[in-house]
Write a protein that binds this ligand. Structure first.
Ligand SMILES: *Cc1c(COP(=O)(O)O)cnc(C)c1O
Length: 385
C-alpha cells in the first residue's frame, strides 16, 4: 500500500477553478475574494466578524496585540499545543505560563486552571489573557472558562487551529465564548488555503483593530484618521502593524473549501467513529467523547498503554509499514527555548505523560476504509509484538 500520511489536503476541481478564476481576474490580493471568504466564514461559525490573516501564527500575534498584550502582561496557554500558541505572547514582550492538561480530554484542565487562578489572585499574578487550545479539534470547557474570565478579569483567545467546524453546547466554535477565536488553514488542517488563518469575534472594535494591524497599522478610512485627508492618495499609519494579509488567491480557495466543510467534516467524523469501533479491543486510550461537543477531528490521537511495547517501537513499526503516524505534541515548556526561560521538565506532568505515549493515526477526508483497516491491523500487530 502506498504511503498513508497522518493528514493531507483535500483539493477538488472546484477549488482549482476558484483559484484560477482569481488568477484571471483583476486582483491577486486585497480584492473581493477576501471579504467574501470572511463573511462566509463568520456566518458558518456564528460570529459577527471574521478577519483573514496570512497564517494562524500571525493571527495569534495580532490577537494578543489587539487585546493589549505587551511587556508586563501575562498569558497562559496549554503545554499540549504547537509552539505558536505560546510564542505569540513572547512576540509581544509578555510572559508566558502554562496550565496543565486534563489527561482525559487532553485539553487545558479546568480544575488545574481554577487552582492556578486562585493562587495567582492571592499572589497578584493573574493572567491578562488565556489561550485555551481545542486539541485535535475538540472544544475546551469554554462555558466555564468564560465564567472564570468574567470573574477574574482576563480575556480569552481560543486557539481553534484544529477546530474549524466543531461545536460546543450546540454552538459552532468561534462565535460564543471567546473574545477572539483563531483558526489555521495550513495544508494539514481542516480546510486549507495552503497557508492562512482567520480570527472571529463579536466585537466590532476588536475586528477593526485587527484589520488595521494586519496591514501596517495603515488606514484609508477618514473616520479613523487623526488628521484631515490631504487627497485621494492619503492614508495614515496610526499604529505599528505588519503585513499579515491573506491573498485573494488563497481566500478563493478558502471559500471553495468552506463550501465543502460539511462533507469533509462528515467524512472525518465517520472515519473517527470507525476507528473507535475497530480499535476498541486494543490496549490504547481512544480520544475522549462527550455529548455536549463535537470534534472537528483534525487528529485522531491514541495513547499507548505504558505496560505494553514502547511508543517508539509502535511508532517505528507503523512508519516501517509506510503509515505516516505522528506525535502531537512535544510539551511546549520542554522546548529548549522555553527551558531557557526557566521552565523545567516535570512542571506539567499530565502533558508530559500524554506526550510520552501519544500517537496520531492517519485521518483525512480521502482516506479509504481499506487504508484505515491497514492502519488498525498494523497497530494491532505492533502492540502485540
Ligand atoms: C497549526 C497550528 C498553529 C499555527 O498555524 P499556522 O497557520 O501554521 O501558523 C497554531 N496553533 C495550533 C494549535 C496549531 O495546530
Amino acid at each position: 500500500m502506498a504511503f498513508i500520511p497522518y493528514s493531507t489536503q483535500s483539493i477538488d476541481e472546484d477549488d482549482i477553478a476558484a483559484v484560477t478564476a482569481v488568477l484571471r481576474a483583476d486582483y491577486l490580493t486585497q480584492g473581493p475574494a477576501i471579504p467574501a471568504f470572511e463573511e462566509a466564514f463568520a456566518r458558518r461559525h456564528g460570529a459577527k466578524h471574521a478577519v483573514a490573516i496570512n497564517n494562524a501564527t500571525s493571527a495569534l500575534h495580532l490577537a494578543c496585540l489587539a487585546l493589549g498584550v505587551g511587556p508586563g502582561s501575562l498569558v497562559w496557554t496549554s503545554p499540549n499545543s504547537f509552539v505558536a500558541s505560546a510564542n505569540c505572547a513572547l512576540y509581544c514582550g509578555a510572559k508566558v505560563d502554562f496550565v496543565d492538561i486534563d489527561p482525559t480530554t487532553r485539553n487545558m484542565s479546568l480544575p488545574a486552571l481554577r487552582d492556578k487562578l486562585a493562587a495567582a489572585k492571592a499572589a497578584g499574578t493573574l493572567p491578562n489573557v488565556l489561550i485555551p487550545v481545542d486539541f485535535a479539534g475538540l472544544p475546551c470547557d469554554l462555558q466555564e472558562m468564560r465564567a472564570l474570565a468574567d470573574d477574574y478579569g482576563f480575556r480569552i483567545i481560543e486557539d481553534a487551529s484544529h477546530a474549524t467546524g466543531s461545536s460546543y453546547l450546540g454552538a459552532p466554535t468561534g462565535g460564543a465564548w471567546s473574545d477572539l477565536t483563531v483558526f489555521s488553514f495550513h495544508a494539514v488542517k481542516i480546510v486549507t488555503t495552503a497557508e492562512g488563518g482567520m480570527i472571529t469575534t463579536n466585537d466590532a472594535a476588536l475586528a477593526d483593530e485587527l484589520r488595521l494591524l494586519r496591514s501596517h497599522g495603515i488606514t484609508r478610512d477618514t473616520a479613523r484618521m487623526q488628521g484631515e485627508s490631504e487627497g485621494p492618495w492619503y492614508y495614515e499609519q496610526t499604529a505599528l502593524g505588519y503585513n499579515y494579509r491573506l491573498t485573494d488567491i488563497q481566500a478563493a480557495l478558502g471559500s471553495s473549501q468552506l463550501a465543502r466543510l460539511p462533507t469533509m467534516q462528515a467524512r472525518r467524523t465517520a472515519l473517527a467513529d470507525r476507528y473507535d469501533t475497530i480499535l476498541a479491543d486494543l490496549p490504547v486510550t481512544l480520544p475522549y467523547r462527550s455529548n455536549d461537543r463535537t470534534s472537528a477531528w483534525h487528529l485522531y490521537a491514541v495513547e499507548i498503554d505504558p505496560a505494553g511495547p514502547s511508543r517508539r517501537a509502535v511508532f517505528d513499526a507503523m512508519r516501517a509499514a509506510e503509515i505516516g503516524v505522528n506525535v502531537h505534541y512535544i510539551p511546549i515548556h520542554t522546548q529548549p527555548h522555553y527551558l531557557g526561560l526557566g521552565f523545567k521538565r516535570g512542571d506539567f506532568p499530565a502533558a508530559e505523560h500524554y506526550y510520552a505515549h501519544a500517537i496520531s493515526l492517519p485521518l483525512f477526508p480521502a482516506m479509504t476504509e481499506q487504508q484505515q483497516d491497514f492502519v488498525a491491523s498494523t497497530l494491532r500487530a505492533a502492540l502485540s509484538a
